[in-house]
Design a protein. Structure first.
Length: 221
């Protein structure tokens, strides 16, 4: 199925995003953030639809776990991702660092975990489905009401969602390779210059010694 099914995952405290991960660019992060401000404070799950994508939220004791997903992936995978992230986040941070953290303070620590869980959930849909049945979450997922995102954000006009595979990642990789080649070439040239310099010094030293021993340029006489 590929990680492309889950576009953007994050954890927030109220309206403050503490950690996030995505490999895409677009306006979905801004829309997800706007939805945060409209979410009811009560512990529950919420799903909003927009332009072939779903914005899924799990509110739990002041923390909000969110994921933007391709609508075709269904409801179980995004909700399962949120449950797994909630469990992992609660286990790691409890009320300590997460309760005091500033915006994006946990990106470096928890971002890789978001990526890992996104990949796991989309790569193992059968296992996710089985676990959901065991935990009796299937009916619960179906009970999560899906609303249109324009209605939630009080927008009269249709919101156009933009999701693009990050060009910057590819350009950064290309730039890195180019810089690596340039650095290696520069180091090779510097190394070659140093070798030539050392060789020149050795040759000059030998000539000086020979001339000294021969009394100048009269060796042949």
């Amino acid at each position: 199925m590929g990680q492309q099914s889950l576009i953007y995952g994050f954890v927030a405290r109220g309206n403050l995003i503490l950690a996030e991960f995505t490999e895409f660019t677009g306006n979905f992060m801004s829309i997800a953030s706007q939805c945060l401000q409209k979410l009811p404070a009560s512990n529950n799950k919420f799903t909003y639809s927009c332009d072939g994508h779903t914005f899924n939220y799990l509110v739990d004791n002041g923390f909000i776990y969110g994921v933007v997903a391709v609508e075709s992936v269904g409801r179980q995978v995004p909700i399962a991702f949120l449950e797994r992230i909630k469990d992992e986040f609660t286990k790691r941070y409890g009320g300590g660092k997460a309760a005091m953290g500033v915006a994006h303070s946990l990106d470096k620590e928890f971002g890789p975990k978001l990526k890992e869980e996104m990949q796991y959930c989309v790569d193992n849909p059968e296992e996710i489905s089985k676990l959901a049945k065991v935990k009796a979450q299937v009916s619960e997922v179906k009970g999560v009401m899906m609303e249109n995102i324009e209605k939630v954000l009080d927008r009269g006009e249709k919101i156009e969602l933009l999701v693009d595979k990050t060009e910057s990642l590819r350009s950064q990789a290309h730039d890195f390779r180019t810089q690596g080649t340039q650095i290696r070439r520069k180091m090779w040239l510097q190394n070659m210059k140093m070798k030539l310099l050392v060789f020149g010094i050795i040759v000059a030293s030998i000539l000086i010694i020979i001339l000294f021993l021969c009394g100048g340029f009269k060796c042949g006489h």
